[in-house]
Write a new protein. Structure first.
Length: 410
């Protein structure tokens, strides 16, 4: 087994067996380093071949990063839910990998994603459900032959075997979601017992469960594969996909939810994208609709745009801790300079009348980067964005840096 930290090198020699890996790639990340298979910002575990596995962790390990708090912050807005599935992959078709340090990442990743998707479902889907029951009154159609064998021969004259359809919320799709919610409930309850700050996610779960009050959780293993989402019900399709992942992750046994397991399913998690979503969650908590995400311009997609009556800015996250004591890289400055001259982007932050002949407005460009963490806090709440910028980047007009630390566990 190979264990690397972010930007660690697996091998400096070309080797075809590493070419298919997602966690490392053949490159030369820094000028004075040799070419090799280097990890980047993607952590996780995957198989190199049938015997060897590769594990990549955050620099300094994973035991201090509060991933649960990061996931909770990511889902401050519905917009983040739509994009969240892009930051991770899970491969259930391959055996689990021995990786105790990663077990605190995969389960909450899946469960939190599922809960935040299902919380967007406001009304349960209904359909006709077929029942065949022994009733006291006729309902639907009498099953003549079966009723004679089951009731007449047995002299149970007070019963009639009937087939009928009923328009109900107790349909297979909702049963699957209810089942996954119960698995999630057990998992989240264990988390809240260890740290009270996770309580808001339990409230969200309880609220979702109340919506499924009239739905049973009677879903057989053999039925799960046949339950499909529908393109007209966007939230349902994604929730069903994640519900299947949860049941499979815990091997369809709710008792496995509370078990300590040192093995993890092969997965990848893009830390740079997770940091981007995390920062967006913090910004949205503080500034709400003043912040827009990934607006399309001619020169690209800046991470965030800020627009208020008194301040406009372009913001971009860079998962590069070195900015704490170093100047911005030239390519970063050039990228944001392009955004600050992009007419489409400028119109979206309030320069409606600008065109190719207009003077270039002085738009602040803000880089948000991680610094060595402390306990979780949101630096944007209660603060005006412009007041957080401080001094401009040395030698560069209208460029600022704002550090936002990753949340850590004591």
């Amino acid at each position: 087994m190979h264990i690397l930290e972010e930007h660690g090198c697996l091998s400096e020699q070309p080797n075809d067996k590493y070419n298919h890996l997602s966690l490392v790639s053949w490159n030369k990340p820094v000028e004075n380093q040799p070419w090799g298979y280097y990890a980047s910002f993607i952590i996780g575990a995957e198989w190199i071949d049938e015997q060897e596995a590769l594990i990549v962790m955050t620099k300094g390990g994973l035991e201090h990063v509060d991933f649960l708090q990061m996931f909770m912050s990511c889902f401050s807005s519905d917009l983040a839910v739509d994009e969240f599935s892009k930051i991770y992959t899970i491969d259930f078709d391959k055996p689990a990998i021995e990786a105790p340090a990663l077990r605190s990442v995969v389960s909450p990743l899946i469960v939190f994603h599922f809960l935040n998707v299902i919380s967007r479902i406001k009304t349960l889907k209904k359909d006709y459900v077929h029942y065949s029951e022994n009733l006291k009154k006729v309902k639907g159609h009498i099953r003549m032959l079966q009723n004679e064998r089951k009731n007449i021969v047995a002299k149970r004259y007070d019963r009639i075997l009937c087939d009928y359809d009923e328009y109900s919320v107790d349909i297979p799709e909702n049963r699957l979601l209810k089942k996954a919610l119960l698995f999630s409930q057990k998992f989240i309850t264990n988390l809240v017992a260890s740290k009270k700050s996770y309580a808001p996610i339990l409230f969200k779960l309880t609220k979702s469960l109340s919506l499924f009050e009239n739905v049973s959780d009677d879903v057989q293993y053999s039925e799960v594969g046949n339950i499909k989402g529908h393109k007209l019900f966007k939230e349902y399709a994604e929730a069903i996909r994640l519900a299947k992942i949860i049941l499979r992750h815990f091997d369809y046994n709710i008792q496995n939810v509370s078990l300590e397991n040192s093995k993890v399913v092969p997965f990848t998690l893009d830390m740079s994208l997770l940091y981007e979503h995390y920062v967006f969650g913090l910004l949205y908590q503080a500034y709400n609709n003043k912040i827009s995400y990934q607006s399309k311009g001619k020169t690209g997609y800046p991470d965030f745009l800020f627009k208020s009556d008194s301040y406009r800015a372009i913001l971009d996250t860079k998962y590069i801790p070195k900015y704490d004591d170093m100047s911005l890289d030239t390519y970063v400055i050039r990228q944001l300079c392009g955004y600050a001259r992009d007419i489409r982007i400028l119109k979206k932050i309030g320069y409606e009348d600008i065109d190719e002949k207009s003077d270039i407005p002085n738009v602040p460009c803000i880089i948000i980067y991680p610094e060595e963490g402390d306990l979780f806090c949101n630096p944007f709440i209660g603060n005006r964005l412009e007041n957080l910028c401080g001094k401009p980047e040395n030698g560069i007009l209208h460029f600022y840096k704002i550090p936002v630390s990753l949340p850590t566990i004591k």
